[in-house]
Design a protein around this ligand. Structure first.
Ligand code: NAI
Length: 456
C-alpha cells in the first residue's frame, strides 16, 4: 500500500493541473485516470471541437477568398482529413500532458479510482487491485452528458443520436442534423456542421439560445448562425426520439416531427459524483459536491474541483480551482473568486463575456450604465473581416464607476476577453481602465474605445 500526500481522482484539466502543481511543490502525488489523460476537454470537448471549427473557418475563408482579392479554385471539405487532423491535435496534446506529469514527478495510475474510507488519518483509494493512501484527496472526476428520460432516447444513443463524443468523430458528413439544446456544445457543433454544408436545425426549449449570455449578444449570434443556414426552433421542447426522427412540442402545444440523418444531444452535463465512494468518507453531494472558497468539501482534507463541484463546468475555472485547492493543502493564502470568470463560445463569430449581463443587472436591481460600440470602430477588424460586424458592450456600476460586465461578439473575442476579466478582477473603475495602453491596431482596442463612451 503506497502512501501519498495528495491523491487526485480524475486526469482532466482540473486534475492534471492540481497534480502538477502539487508535485512541483514537493508533495508526493498520485493521479488516477481511467481513460485518457486530458479528460473530456482534451479528448472529446474543448480541444477537438476547436480543431473542427478551425477547419470550417479555413473552408469558409477559402470560399470567400475572392472578397480579399484571392482566387481559390476547387475548394472542398474533406471530412476524413478534418477528423484525422483533429485526432493528431488531440494525440499531441495528450502526450504533452503525459510529459508534464512525468517532468513534475506525478505517479499516474491508469485505473478507475474509488474512495474507500480511512486508515487512521489517511484516506484510502482503491484502483484496480491496489489500495493507495493519502493525507489529502482532490476529487476532479468531471461531468457526463445529461441523458433525460425521453421516450426512445436511450435506444437511439450512439446510433441516430450522438453525444459530444461521437459528433467529433463523424467521418462521413450527414445530410442533416437535429441539435437538441441550443447551449454551448449545440451552438459550436451547429456552427461547424452548417459551415461545411449540413442542414442543421437547433431545438431549444428556452426563447433564446446560448443560456445566460447577454440577450442582445445571443440574438446577434442567432442571426449570424441563421445566415450560415442554421434553423432555430426556440421555445420548442423535445418530447421523444425515434430512428431518424425527433418529436418536439411547439410553443402552441402541438407536436412536430423533425426528420434528419443524425441528432446531437447537448442539453447540459451532470457532475460525476456517483460511484466514487463519497459515502465511505462522508463527503456530501447533491447535483455536485458543494465546496467553499478554498475548494474544500464538508470533509477536512478532501477537495472538489472542476465540473464535479457543479459550479461553472468550464476547464479554465477548473484550472484555477486546482491552484486554490493545492495552495490550501500547502497552507498558502489563496481563495476562489468567480465574479471575473470569463466564458467563450467558439462559434464564428465568437462570443467572449465576463461579469454581469444586462439582464442580471436588471434582475438584481443594480444601478448600471451601458455603452456599446460596433466592431466597425476597430481598424484591424475592418481590415481583416470583410462584410462582418460585431459588438462590444460594457456595463458599469453607475455610482462606483467600476466595470460590471464586458460582452463581445466578433472575431478574436475569445482571445481578448481575459483583459476585460482582469478589469473586473482588479475592480477597475472606468477612469482606471482607460489608462491601459492597448496595442494598435488590434481588435481589443474596441474595449478601450467603448470605455471612452462613458462620461467621466
Ligand atoms: P448547456 O447547459 O450550455 O445548454 C443546454 C441547452 O439545452 C440549454 O439551453 C437548455 O435550455 C436546453 N435544453 C435542455 N433540455 C431541453 C429539451 N428537452 N429540449 C430542448 N432544449 C433543451 O449545455 P451543453 O451545451 O450540453 O454544454 C455542457 C457544458 O459544457 C456546459 O456547462 C458548458 O459550459 C460546457 N462547454 C463549454 C464550452 C465553452 O466554454 N466554449 C464548449 C462546450 C461545452
Amino acid at each position: 500500500m503506497e502512501q501519498f500526500d495528495v491523491l487526485v481522482l480524475g486526469g482532466g484539466p482540473g486534475g492534471y493541473l492540481a497534480a502538477e502543481r502539487a508535485a512541483h511543490k514537493g508533495l508526493k502525488t498520485a493521479l488516477f485516470e481511467k481513460r485518457a489523460l486530458g479528460g473530456v476537454c482534451l479528448n472529446e470537448g474543448c480541444i477537438p471541437s476547436k480543431a473542427l471549427l478551425n477547419s470550417a473557418k479555413t473552408y469558409v475563408h477559402a470560399l470567400h477568398s475572392a472578397d480579399y482579392g484571392v482566387t481559390c479554385a476547387g475548394v472542398a471539405i474533406d471530412q476524413q482529413k478534418v477528423i484525422a487532423r483533429k485526432n493528431k491535435v488531440v494525440r499531441t496534446l495528450v502526450s504533452g500532458v503525459k510529459a508534464k506529469m512525468k517532468a513534475a514527478g506525478v505517479t499516474v495510475i491508469h485505473a478507475e479510482a474509488v474512495l474507500d474510507g480511512k486508515e487512521g488519518e489517511l484516506f484510502r483509494v482503491k484502483a484496480g487491485d491496489e489500495v493507495y493512501t493519502g493525507k489529502n484527496v482532490i476529487i476532479a472526476t468531471g461531468s457526463s452528458n445529461a441523458v433525460p428520460p425521453l421516450p426512445g432516447l436511450q435506444e437511439n444513443l450512439g446510433g441516430f443520436v450522438l453525444t459530444n463524443r461521437e459528433i467529433l468523430d463523424l467521418e462521413q458528413l450527414p445530410g442533416s442534423l437535429t441539435v437538441i439544446g441550443g447551449g454551448v456544445i449545440g451552438l459550436e457543433m451547429a456552427c461547424y456542421y452548417a459551415c461545411v454544408g449540413v442542414k442543421v436545425t437547433v431545438v431549444e426549449m428556452l426563447d433564446h439560445i446560448a443560456g445566460a449570455t447577454d440577450l442582445e449578444i445571443s440574438k446577434m449570434l442567432q442571426k449570424e448562425l441563421e445566415n450560415k443556414g442554421v434553423t432555430f426552433l426556440l421555445s420548442h421542447k423535445v418530447l421523444s426520439v425515434a430512428p431518424s426522427a425527433v418529436t418536439v412540442e411547439t410553443p402552441e402545444g402541438s407536436k412536430l416531427t423533425l426528420n434528419s440523418d443524425k441528432a446531437l444531444l447537448s442539453i447540459g452535463r451532470r457532475a460525476n459524483c456517483q460511484g466514487i465512494g463519497l459515502e465511505t468518507v462522508g463527503v456530501k453531494a447533491d447535483r455536485g459536491i458543494p465546496t467553499d472558497s478554498f475548494c474544500r468539501t464538508n470533509v477536512d482534507g478532501i477537495y472538489a474541483i472542476g465540473d464535479v463541484n457543479g459550479k461553472y463546468m468550464l476547464a479554465h475555472t477548473a484550472y484555477r480551482e486546482a491552484e486554490v485547492a493545492v495552495a490550501h493543502i500547502l497552507g498558502k493564502p489563496d481563495t476562489m473568486r468567480y465574479h471575473a470568470n470569463p466564458s467563450v463560445i467558439y462559434t464564428f463569430p465568437e462570443i467572449g463575456s465576463v461579469g454581469k449581463t444586462e439582464e442580471q443587472c436588471k434582475e438584481k436591481g443594480i444601478d448600471y450604465e451601458v455603452k456599446k460600440l460596433s466592431m466597425m470602430y476597430s481598424g484591424r477588424f475592418v481590415a481583416e473581416n470583410e462584410g462582418a460586424d460585431g459588438l462590444c458592450k460594457i456595463l458599469v456600476d453607475k455610482k462606483r464607476r467600476t466595470v460590471l460586465g464586458v460582452h463581445l461578439i466578433g472575431a478574436y473575442c475569445g482571445e481578448m476577453i481575459w483583459g476585460a476579466a482582469e478589469m473586473l478582477e482588479m475592480s477597475l473603475r472606468v477612469t482606471d481602465a482607460r489608462q491601459i495602453i492597448f496595442p494598435h491596431p488590434t481588435v481589443s482596442e474596441i474595449i478601450r474605445e467603448t470605455l471612452w463612451e462613458f462620461p467621466d
